[in-house]
Design a protein around this ligand. Sequence first.
Ligand code: 5GP
Length: 197
Amino acid sequence: MSYLKEKLKTDGVVINDSVLKVDSFLNHQIDPAVLHEINQEFIEYFKEKEITKIMTVEASGIAPAILIASQLDVPMLFAKKTEPSTLLNDEQYATNVHSYTKNKTSRVLVSKKYLKSEDKVLIIDDFLANGEAALGLIDLVEQADAEVVGVGICVEKSFQPGRQKLEEKGVDVFSICRIASLENNEITFVEEKAEIS
Ligand code: 5GP
């Protein structure tokens, strides 16, 4: 079992049937060993792709995104949720992203200076749930007429529709861990569920 899966089983806290807390090793305190393993798996999966930029959305995507950007020696661009922006409307690409964990819609934006039509963008995030964050980032890339080469996710909750929505758009989605269920206060990975049934 991968180290990330082990950490999810031992230190992940199931809040309810759809939300998992990973504050002790992934998105508040960060275990570098987890990040290194995640990075290796992203590098291996996307090694054939030409990538000129890594994109994520603040804040919890930044740590895994910076590691892969550093290894590929390309810039990492994170969409900002900050408002009001110091950028003028005609200097930014912007879109709305709804977070169901926070029950809040944020306007996320990037400067037009840092996203160009020749960019080939790999999108990285910590979780994939309903796909809102990834679809918002894809929207920003499309506004710049740039290309999305794939989406890399640390923890996918496969019982939620994010992967399906991205695949319907023809996006290559790679997730390191795929969770089939959080029912009964327990994490069941997709491959464990397949073994049971
Ligand atoms: P989506 O946009 O795919 O619905 O949700 C992905 C975003 O919501 C991620 O950027 C992540 O920060 C947050 N998120 C979604 N589900 C969870 C969860 O179960 N636990 C945590 N910690 N964050 C989540």
